[in-house]
Design a protein around this ligand. Structure first.
Ligand SMILES: Cc1ncc(COP(=O)(O)O)c(C=O)c1O
Length: 395
């Protein structure tokens, strides 16, 4: 049967009837997108500064990405890792070439939570130990091991009974990590910038000291770059960046922006870790499928070809400048186009709603003071102006 309904009320009622209500939704039905804009079932245009949970880094329907997916769909949609594939070989090579020195191998999966599950498993295989240290305010996904590693809000509770061996340190405090880091700890896993917690970043010294501590005590350092990776911060990765004291972790996990919306996740790692992973130790049916790999290649090419890393850095500066001195804005957090606007009061949800009324999509966070922006990296100055003018009116 074909779905013939087109207006918002009917679409919303149908979803409400046939889909589990697990998300608080905005009252719009998205139909098509171009760049930083979404068009709705009612023909209205919304400026999208949220990118569908940080996924649309190349913008909606980037022509190069769309063309690559179309072309691959006509050749071969999928075959598993039981065969070699040129498009997969190119994706792995390209991804590794974007990563900081020392990162040499990719493992493909399908989502962020799965990337984190595999990363923890890789660390356990490398060290022969079981425990994992994560942090207050961190979010790592909703499957069993990843949700057990998530100490933000109530998520961990949702995953009960939790996987044992997960320890919680204070984000930004090296002493709290050192106190937990005994000979049973396989890895320290962190979001280098905690996005859902309200775009929280540590002092660059923290990352440096973490690397030192991990080396000293034989623990693997894992960066969950599901949000910060693939250009979001104006660098390919937070790993290796100046803001992170040039620290290179042992494993980087990715998803979200990596396929511009085609589901794909990845773990990137070193030769040393790879030496401990044997045939059949890790796997997933869909990981490395041709359609996803075509999306990865085209995403990386689009970011590079359109100078999006530089654009993210330039527009971060422009946005910070435009928000300077705005009444009600206490601070602007984050890096590149992972932005947390901290208000003096707990008004982020209200501002989010008011912006939506002005047809601008933004995100909230677990901190009621902080509005989050995760826009496409192809955002334009005039789009920043639209947002800043609307925010000024609202505040
Ligand atoms: C930092 C971080 N890690 C992991 C995940 C889980 O990713 P996924 O929803 O693709 O499983 C998310 C999702 O929001 C995330 O923000």
């Amino acid at each position: 049967m074909t779905l013939t309904t087109t207006n918002f009320e009917t679409i919303a009622a149908r979803e409400g009837e046939f889909q589990l209500a697990t998300y608080k939704k905005m009252p719009i039905a998205a139909v098509r997108g171009r760049g930083a804009w979404i068009e709705t079932s009612e023909g209205e245009r919304y400026l999208d500064l949220y990118g569908g949970h940080a996924v649309a880094a190349t913008g909606h329907c980037h022509p190069h990405v769309v063309e690559a997916i179309r072309a691959q769909a006509g050749e071969l949609l999928f075959y598993s890792n039981l065969v070699y594939s040129e498009v997969r070989a190119r994706a792995a090579e390209k991804l590794v070439s974007c990563a900081p020195e020392g990162i040499t191998k990719a493992f493909f999966c399908n989502s962020g939570t799965e990337a984190n599950e595999n990363a923890m498993r890789m660390a356990r295989m490398r060290t022969g130990r079981e425990n994992v240290i994560t942090f207050t305010g961190g979010f790592h996904g909703r499957t069993a091991d990843a949700i057990s590693a998530t100490f933000l809000g109530k998520y961990r509770e949702l995953g009960r009974p939790n996987v044992p061996g997960h320890l919680c340190a204070e984000f930004g405090s090296i002493a709290s990590v050192a106190a937990l880091a005994d000979e049973n700890v396989a890895a320290v896993l962190l979001e280098p910038i905690q996005s859902m917690a309200g775009v929280r970043q540590a002092q660059s010294e923290f990352y440096y000291l973490l690397r030192e501590l991990c080396d000293e005590r034989g623990m693997m350092l894992i960066y969950d770059e599901v949000q910060t990776g693939v250009g979001r911060t104006g660098e390919w990765f937070f790993a290796g960046s100046a803001a992170g004291a040039r620290v290179v972790p042992d494993i980087i996990t990715l998803a979200k922006a990596l396929g511009s919306g085609v589901p794909v996740g990845a773990c990137l790692t070193t030769d040393t870790v790879a030496a401990h992973i044997k045939e059949n130790d890790l796997g997933t049916t869909f990981g490395g499928g041709m359609l996803a790999m075509a999306a990865v290649n085209a995403t990386l090419e689009a970011i590079e070809g359109d100078g999006m890393l530089e654009n993210a850095r330039t527009l971060e500066g422009y946005l910070r400048e435009s928000l300077k001195g705005m009444p009600g804005v206490a601070r602007v957090r984050g890096a590149g186009l992972l932005v947390g606007i901290e208000f003096a009061d707990e008004i982020a949800a209200k501002v989010h709603g008011a912006l939506l009324d002005e047809r601008i999509i933004t995100g909230t966070s677990s901190d009621a003071h902080v509005l989050r922006l995760l826009p496409p990296l192809c955002l334009k100055r005039e789009e920043v102006d639209l947002f800043v003018e609307a925010l000024k009116r609202i505040l």
